[in-house]
Ligand binder design. Structure first.
Ligand code: DGY
Length: 328
């Protein structure tokens, strides 16, 4: 029998597939919340496979608590910055993630929803209207920023960045992008312009959209210096990972009107909205900021796909095949 420990309930379509394997003993944590370290250590004991979430910190201590039989950590996310890859490699444990077109489309669509919500002042207008403040049409009532014809700056041209760019083109936006290397085919297809430096992109983009993984090199990629380079009329959208943005610097940039607004799905000290910003106005009080609780990949279709992919990886590895989506 193989023991599979699932750290929190995932969509049934994935669990059903796991349970259909006759020699799999599938244990799903009954607690519908993030497990404490102690609970996680206890839960993984004796597991051949761990199906983890991005909220579980999987490091050497957890891998050792599982035991030498552990073969795979299947992370239920595209990002895997919560898993210590070096520790897993040292122990010859496979780590997988859940990239797929449907997940990219979900994140890209949500990125656009945030972009449009901020540019069109949707939340502010909704509150205004529901509070009964609409007393009649006026030329200057809640005027907003047209995205058509503006420049969309994509930082990180992976699958998600490309899916966001495609939507930008559909909106009539000009695409500029920054990545470690240029993608000529993409440039030709979307008349996109490559910027070797982030600074070059920041200086011209009307919307800066972040799509990089969280790595030591991308932590605080956006900080005071970068916000100072952005146009005062520009918006920032972050659906990547919270620590890619220096949140304290973001708050100051917004307070000082260095940038025009932000759409934020991920937070530096998640699930807290502000890390240690007691001296500052909080993001949640700003009308030019739209916040969502890390739900960019929460399209039901995407979450189902993520469950199936995580499970397929577990089945492959426990059956002696190569992982379908190895994280490295
Ligand atoms: C991912 O897949 O990395 C997302 O952030 C989780 O929703």
């Amino acid at each position: 029998m193989y023991r599979i420990f699932v750290t929190r309930k995932i969509p049934e379509v994935g669990l059903q597939r796991l349970r259909a394997e006759k020699d799999f003993d599938v244990v799903v944590s009954p607690k519908d919340r993030v497990l404490t370290r102690a609970e996680l250590k206890k839960g993984v004991k004796g597991a051949d496979a761990i199906l983890s979430l991005l909220t579980d910190r999987i490091d050497g201590e957890i891998l050792d608590a599982a035991g030498k039989q552990l073969k795979i950590v299947a992370n239920y996310a595209v990002g895997f910055d919560n898993v210590d890859l070096a520790a897993a490699k040292e122990r010859r444990i496979v780590v997988t993630n859940t990239p797929s077109d449907i997940v990219s489309e979900s994140v890209a669509e949500h990125t656009f929803a945030l972009m449009m919500a901020v540019a069109h002042r949707i939340v502010e207008s909704d509150t205004f209207t529901k509070k009964g403040k609409y007393k009649g049409w006026a030329p200057d009532l809640l005027t907003w920023t047209l995205l058509q014809g503006k420049t969309l700056g994509i930082v990180g041209l992976g699958r998600i960045g490309a899916a966001v760019a495609r939507r930008g083109v559909g909106m009539g936006m000009k695409i500029v992008y920054h990545d470690v290397k240029a993608n000529v085919e993409f440039e030709q297809q979307y008349q996109a312009e490559y910027h070797k430096t982030l600074d070059g992109l920041l200086a011209i983009a009307d919307v800066v959209s972040l799509h990089v993984p969280l790595l030591p090199t991308t932590r605080h990629l956006m900080s005071t210096e970068q916000f100072n380079l952005m146009k005062r009329t520009a918006f920032l959208v972050n659906t990547s990972r919270g620590p890619v943005v220096d949140e304290k610097a973001l708050v100051i940039a917004l307070e000082q009107q260095r940038i025009a607004g932000a759409g934020i799905d991920v937070f530096e000290c998640e699930p807290s909205i502000d890390c240690d910003l007691t001296d500052h106005h909080e993001l949640k009080k700003m009308t030019n900021v739209v916040l969502t609780p890390h739900t960019a990949s929460a399209a039901r279709e995407a979450r189902d796909a993520m469950a199936v992919i995580a499970v397929q990886n577990i089945i492959a590895v426990l059956r002696g095949r190569s992982a379908i989506n190895p994280a490295i």
